[in-house]
Design a binder for this molecule. Structure first.
Ligand code: HSE
Length: 320
C-alpha cells in the first residue's frame, strides 16, 4: 500500500547567476516552501489551504502554481486519483528567489511520491515549467531546474529540453539579501532589450563559459571574474533602490561577486566561506538600509539535494 499523504519541502533558488540569463541557476538551503498533498477519490486537484501568503496567492486551482503543477503531473499519468493541496509559503513572493518554482517543484515531487514514483526526478521538470508559465508568463527553467535537482543547473537547450548539472566547489557559500519591495518577474522581463549588441553578447558568453569552467575547476578567482552581467543587470538594477551601493558593499567586504537574484529585487553574493557570507550579508543589509529599505538576509551553502520529504522532524529524499 502506498501512502495517502506526503509533505515536501522545495528550496528557493538564484536564477541567472549574473551571466546566465534564463540558462543558469542554483539552489539555496533556505528559505523554501512546503506542500502537503493528500490523495482523494474525486479526480480533481483542489486547494485545501494556502498559509503564510497574507491572502495574496490565488486559491483557484487553475491559477495557483502548486495545484497547476500537480494537475499537469496527474494528467500525464491518466488521473488515477485526485489531490488536496496545502501550500505553506515560507518565503517571500515576487522576491527574485524563485517562490513560484519552490511551490510547483514541491507539489510535483510530492505527487510523484504519492503515485509510486513513475517518473525520475529529472523527468518532472516539464510539469514545473508549465506551472512557471502560469505564474509569470514565461516557461523559463532556471529556477525550477535547480529547485528540483539541487546544485548548479545549466539549461543548454529549451527545445529539446537539455539540462546539465554542474559541480559545486567545496565551501562555496551565498549571502542573499531580500529588500522589502516587490518586483514582478513579468514586469522585469518586459523592460529588457529584445536585441543585444554583438559586443555585449561576446562579453556575456565569455563570462558564462568561464563561470562553468570555474565550477568544474573549483577556481574561485575565475568564478569571481566571471560574475558579470551586461544583459539584464544594467536595466533591472535601476528598479532596485541602492543597487549600485549594495553591490559595492558586497565586493568591498569580500564577496566573489554580487548580482541580482533572478528578476530581483533580491541580490546574491557568492562567497568563499560561510564566515565571509555572513560579513557580506551584513554589509549588503546596511547598504539597503541606507537606501531606505529594510531587508532579510539568507545565508546558505549551495543546496545539492533539492526537494526533501518531511517526516516529523526528519527529512528523506524520495523518487529516483
Ligand atoms: N531567468 C528569469 C528572469 C528568472 O531573469 O526573468 C526569473 O526569476
Amino acid at each position: 500500500m502506498g501512502r495517502d499523504s506526503v509533505s515536501v519541502f522545495a528550496p528557493a533558488t538564484v536564477a541567472n547567476v549574473a551571466s546566465g540569463f534564463d540558462v543558469l541557476g542554483f539552489a539555496l538551503e533556505r528559505p523554501g516552501d512546503t506542500v502537503v498533498l493528500r490523495k482523494t477519490t474525486e479526480k480533481r486537484v483542489a486547494i485545501l489551504a494556502v498559509e503564510g501568503d497574507d491572502g495574496q496567492l490565488p486559491r483557484d486551482p487553475d491559477k495557483n502554481t502548486a495545484s497547476v503543477a500537480a494537475r499537469n503531473f496527474l494528467e500525464a499519468i491518466g488521473f488515477p486519483f485526485g489531490l488536496e493541496v496545502t501550500l505553506r509559503k515560507q518565503m517571500p513572493m515576487s522576491s527574485g528567489l524563485g517562490s513560484s518554482a519552490a511551490s510547483s517543484v514541491a507539489a510535483v515531487y510530492a505527487a510523484n511520491v504519492l503515485a509510486g514514483s513513475p517518473f525520475t526526478v529529472r523527468e518532472l521538470l516539464p510539469f514545473t515549467m508549465k506551472a512557471e508559465e502560469v505564474a509569470c508568463g514565461s516557461a523559463h527553467a532556471d529556477n525550477v531546474a535547480p529547485a528540483l535537482l539541487g546544485g548548479f543547473v545549466l539549461i543548454r537547450s529549451y527545445d529539446p529540453l537539455d539540462v546539465v548539472q554542474l559541480p559545486v566547489p567545496s565551501g562555496l557559500a551565498v549571502a542573499t539579501v531580500h529588500p522589502h519591495t516587490e518586483i514582478k518577474t513579468e514586469d522585469a522581463r518586459r523592460i529588457l532589450k529584445k536585441e543585444l549588441r554583438l559586443s555585449d553578447a561576446v562579453r556575456q558568453w565569455g563570462n558564462l563559459a568561464a563561470l562553468v569552467a570555474a565550477l568544474y575547476e573549483g577556481d574561485l578567482e575565475l568564478l569571481s571574474r566571471s560574475l558579470q552581467d551586461v544583459v539584464a543587470e544594467p536595466r533591472r538594477g535601476l528598479l532596485i533602490p541602492g543597487f549600485a551601493k549594495v553591490k559595492e558593499a558586497a565586493v568591498e567586504n569580500g564577496a566573489l561577486g554580487c548580482s541580482i537574484s533572478g528578476s530581483g529585487p533580491s541580490l546574491f553574493s557568492l562567497c568563499a566561506s560561510m564566515e565571509k557570507a555572513q560579513n557580506v550579508g551584513t554589509a549588503m543589509q546596511q547598504a539597503f538600509a541606507e537606501a531606505g529599505l529594510d531587508s532579510d538576509i539568507y545565508l546558505s551553502q549551495i543546496n545539492e539535494t533539492g526537494p526533501v520529504i518531511l517526516e516529523g522532524q526528519s527529512q528523506e529524499r524520495g523518487g529516483r
